[in-house]
Design a protein around this ligand. Sequence first.
Ligand code: AP5
Length: 198
Amino acid sequence: MRIVLVGPPGAGKGTQARRLVEEYGVPHLSTGDMLRAAVEAETGIGRKVKETMANGGLVPDQLVIAAVIERISQADAARGFVLDGFPRTMAQAVSFDDLLDTEGLALDHVVELKADQNVLLDRIVTRAREAREQGGAVRPDDNHETLKARIHAYNEQTAPLVDYYRSRNILRSVDGLQPVEVVASDVFRAIGQGRSVI
Ligand code: AP5
């Protein structure tokens, strides 16, 4: 099963990806997590992308595409994957489709999580507050100013992918404003695996 989750920051991509990977036994490929790990480890790539991520911009396409290609070539991705946060630009989407095509593969579903932008801000502020209360690290991009930049990047560069995948007949849209378990049920139903998780 090859699934892409697309949606604005805080829409619930990571939350729903964790449920899908548990169900299908395929890896969760979050480009945000991969990049944050590189920043944390202070690798060459991490140093290059740190400021862009902290400012809420998108890191260069070539860099992300190369990281995803390398990751999906690993054995655990042979049966599929759940991509969370990639592709995020038309260039990434087209390159990725070309790559899959070359391998005789294709995406099964692209699930769009739709969410109102005021709710996104609440969720991000809550996540930052809970991390602080638990003594954990707060994501440097989880603040009001940077969230505005992340939403702008989504609207300008990622939202057009919705029409792209709709035209390829693999887009499923789900209301991401519902409680987590209801969203999960709708996601499974949307990809033709109707099952209640409530
Ligand atoms: P990334 O890590 O992908 O961040 P994001 O897209 O901004 O999304 P989030 O992780 O904040 O939210 P999410 O939709 O996963 O929601 P979550 O489940 O966590 O990217 C970070 C940065 O990396 C980018 O800005 C960019 O710089 C760079 N980057 C990454 N990929 C890139 C790419 N392909 N190209 C270029 N640059 C790239 O939920 C959020 C919160 O809401 C949680 O607290 C959760 O508990 C809560 N929540 C979730 N669902 C619900 C619900 N239904 N009801 C109530 N609360 C909910």
